[in-house]
Design a protein around this ligand. Structure first.
Ligand code: AMP
Ligand code: MG
Length: 404
């Protein structure tokens, strides 16, 4: 039996980041969650031209130096400069242009008086307050200059990075692609989602669940299959899928029964390992390579499948995607006791209480309990040597929301 940490480290160490690919930067929303393989340097200054930070009047600060509420300075208004005005304009001394936020500053102006400090006049404007040179002006290049690095290599693209990427003028960027994932559920008892199961049959809920998990992790699910419990079928389907994806995730057929198709297909070969891991749920695990594809053979009980995906498949998939494999955890105190099997690291379904500071167990902890799974908010990680989880004890907890 392997410890949980041993097995997790083994599967993470067995994968490498996928080779980078060049993609169109204009597709930025489709690149969310991807890692930049190379740094992005802007081709443009930002702002691209000196412009007004306020709606108001472009002036020379020297012309309004005497302005007060009691003795406003009156200037003739040369006209309007709206945002998007592409003319190159000049400000004559002793005059003003009415100017809008983001509009190009006329040559000769060195300040903008915000409209609230004026009478808002159209032909002439009365300015009620002196302003310093530079007031309410955004200078060309004050944010970034051409050649500046706007996104370092390794950046995980988030919505906040998109404006810098799009505005940089870079046509193409180098990214680590999403791992393509195939999901394969095994079991003669399975019927497709949407079909009523007969006696002895169950609806295949693992395939859709694993596909949902992979999608939430930012991977690309390209195939979802269901196969019966024969070694031939499993071998054929997996061999075919391995040519098209980087990651194959199977459910079922890895435990100690008489008809375990993953084991029958691959056990004893040198490309697969079937092991027992000191954890609950998720004790039987299979891991291997088929061609260039990495295969995770997860146990079929739905809760076991979910836990195994979160702690093994997701970290390995993140490595393929050039990301950090670490499983995100928070700390919470135990509000209600429960038991954990000796010598096994338990992943207990819990709900948060008291604003997330404490957790309590929910439902039965059997690995087949679907209702309890739906109602749970997190997995509390109980160390292998703990058998009675004590009230007040602090545990690491894996939230089940927001995996990406
Ligand atoms: P196995 O790991 O194949 O021995 O399956 C363990 C348990 O999980 C059995 O009760 C199966 O019926 C159930 N199971 C296996 N695969 C699925 C699936 N795709 N969807 C729902 N339940 C499943
Ligand atoms: Mg089975």
């Amino acid at each position: 039996m392997l410890t949980f940490d041993e097995y997790q480290q083994r599967v993470i160490a067995a994968v490498r980041s996928l080779p980078p690919r060049t993609v169109d930067a204009a597709d930025a929303p489709a690149l969310l969650g991807l890692v930049m393989a190379e740094s992005v340097r802007t081709r443009r200054a930002l702002p691209g031209f000196t412009n007004s930070a306020m709606d108001g009047y472009a002036v020379r600060a020297a012309d309004v130096r005497q302005a007060t509420v009691d003795a406003p300075v009156s200037l003739p208004v040369a006209g309007d400069i709206p945002a998007g005005d592409t003319r190159t304009l000049r400000l004559e001394p002793g005059t003003a242009w009415r100017i809008m936020t983001g509009a190009p500053l006329p040559d000769g102006a060195d300040a903008v008086v915000q409209v609230e400090l004026t009478d808002g006049g159209l032909d002439r404007v009365a300015i009620r307050e002196a302003v310093d040179a530079g007031r309410a002006i955004r200078h060309r290049g004050e944010d970034v200059e051409p050649g500046d690095e706007v996104l370092p290599a390794g950046t995980l693209l988030r919505p906040r990075h998109v404006p810098a990427l799009i505005s940089s003028g870079v046509g193409e960027v180098s990214i680590i692609p999403r791992p393509r994932v195939a999901i394969v559920s095994t079991g003669d008892e399975l019927v497709p989602p949407g079909q009523d199961p007969g006696h002895g049959q169950v609806v295949d809920s693992n395939a859709p669940m694993l596909a949902a998990l992979a999608t939430e992790c930012g991977f690309e699910v390209t195939a979802v299959r269901r196969v019966g419990d024969t070694a031939e079928e499993v071998r054929d389907v997996l061999t075919e899928l391995a040519e098209h994806v980087e990651l194959i995730v199977t459910s079922g057929g890895v435990s100690a029964g008489a008809f375990e198709p993953l084991k029958l297909a691959f056990e004893g070969g040198d490309s697969f390992d079937f092991v027992k891991v000191a954890m609950q749920p998720g004790k039987p695990q299979g891991f291997g390579k088929l061609g260039s594809a990495t295969v995770f053979a997860l146990p079929g009980n739905p809760v076991s499948s979910l836990v195994s995906f979160l702690v093994f498949v997701a970290p390995a998939g993140r490595v393929l995607a050039g990301r950090d494999p670490t499983v995100h955890t928070v700390e919470a105190a135990v509000a209600e006791t429960w038991t954990s099997p000796p010598g096994r690291q338990q992943f207990a379904r819990v709900v948060f209480d008291d604003d997330g500071r404490v957790v309590r167990p929910i439902g039965g902890q059997g690995s087949h309990v679907l209702g309890g799974l739906a109602g749970s908010q997190a997995l509390a990680v109980v160390p292998a040597d703990t058998t009675d989880v004590a009230v007040g004890e602090t545990l690491h907890v894996i939230p089940l929301e927001g995996l990406a």
